[in-house]
Design a protein around this ligand. Structure first.
Ligand code: PMP
Length: 363
């Protein structure tokens, strides 16, 4: 840990691997002997082409996906995907079927609803999104164009621990806050997307990994920039791409590979999450987790304290000892510790110790 850096528990933009930041800093003024920084290079230059192709290849390799999948980089945040997905794939006859497991899952559904092409497969809103709907709760219309999930709910701190069976209906997932955090059988998904500003890089691009067969042709009525086939046919270079973001995603993917890949990420993330959940569970009710135990997220740990005054004090005291960004989202209240791939174990251990000493001082 650098002396002047804090442990950053913000939900996104979020902590990035220190090695990656240093590497980017080292080549900032003269990228790959070009005499320019990556911010100044043409997106048509050979040096950028290499960056793009390597990033795409590393992401696919980490996910264990083959030639039938394509990687795209699109701007507009994950929120624009909430629009593009129903526009490209759903119709009034074959709607998009949405599992409502939190705020972003609901926002995605809202966009499909505006277009008149959304339906609900399941919802855990009645229990304040404390749990992920189970397979038995999913009502999947066999005529649906796709089933849309939010795999990790950043605000509520819940995460899927199974891949839903959709009986042939293509499975779509927003993995903004747990992309590349653990190995999964990604071939069960037809379409995955993630705003990269949590686990993968700086804000400014969305990583889309989808079956090529879905990307080849978009409805004729859609304008150019809202069509997946535009991005697919032009290799994400129809217009000027966010070159720096793609470069950083490539560096993070290479870093994950060098660390040992997704199974190593999963092992580390599980150990970190266990420290915080243990601090909650052993607190004799002082800390109350928001998520039901079977739906707990490895990425965003949410909990409340006995009063809002104590919560304010917790945030302030944590900040004083270099633990930043622990305030929860206003819709849940309390605390949220985001412990993405790049958050070191030492940072989480320090937070767990802080939780214990804060509890002893205030119980
Ligand atoms: N989905 C999830 C799971 C998120 O956490 C977020 C952002 N916090 C979004 C979507 C929206 O992403 P963006 O801000 O890139 O539009």
């Amino acid at each position: 840990m650098e002396a002047d850096r804090i442990y950053n528990f913000n939900p996104g933009p979020a902590v990035l691997p220190l090695e990656v930041l240093k590497e980017a800093q080292g080549e900032f003024l003269n990228f790959n002997h070009s005499g320019m920084s990556i911010l100044e290079i043409s997106h048509r230059a050979k040096q950028f082409d290499e960056v793009l192709e390597k990033a795409k290849a590393d992401v696919k390799e980490l996910m264990g996906l083959g030639d039938d999948y394509e990687v795209l980089f699109i701007q507009g945040g994950a929120s624009l995907q909430f629009d593009m997905i129903p526009m490209n794939f759903a119709t009034k006859e074959h709607k998009g079927s949405y599992v409502l497991s939190g705020s972003f899952a609901s926002k995605a559904y809202k966009e499909a609803e505006i277009l008149g092409v959304g339906e609900v497969a399941a919802s855990s809103k009645d229990v304040d999104f404390r749990h992920i709907p189970t397979q038995d709760e999913l009502k999947i219309n066999p005529e649906a164009a796709y089933v849309h999930l939010c795999y990790n709910n950043t605000i509520y701190g819940t995460e899927y621990h199974y891949i839903p069976e959709t009986n042939g209906v293509p499975l779509f997932a927003d993995m903004s806050s747990d992309m590349l955090s653990r190995p999964l059988d990604f071939s069960k998904f037809s379409f995955i997307y993630a705003g990269v500003q949590k686990n993968l890089g700086p804000a400014g691009t969305v990583l889309v990994v989808a079956k090529k067969s879905l990307l080849e042709k978009s409805p004729e009525t859609l304008p150019t920039m809202l069509r997946y086939d535009t991005f697919y046919k032009k290799n994400s270079l129809y217009n000027t791409p966010p070159a720096f973001c793609i470069y950083m995603v490539g560096k993070v993917a290479a870093w994950i590979k060098a660390q040992g890949g997704l199974s190593v990420m999963a092992e580390r993330n599980a150990k970190k999450a266990a420290l915080l959940y243990e601090a909650i569970d052993s607190s004799e009710g002082f800390y109350k987790g928001h998520a039901d135990k079977d739906s707990r997220s490895f990425m965003n740990v949410t909990f409340r304290l006995p009063s809002e005054e104590l919560e304010k004090e917790f945030v302030a005291e944590a900040g004083k000892v270099g633990l930043g960004g622990v305030k929860g989202h206003r819709s849940v209240g309390g605390m949220r510790a985001s412990i993405y791939n790049a958050m070191p174990y030492e940072g989480v251990a320090k937070l767990a110790e802080f939780m214990e000493s804060f509890r002893k001082a205030h119980k």
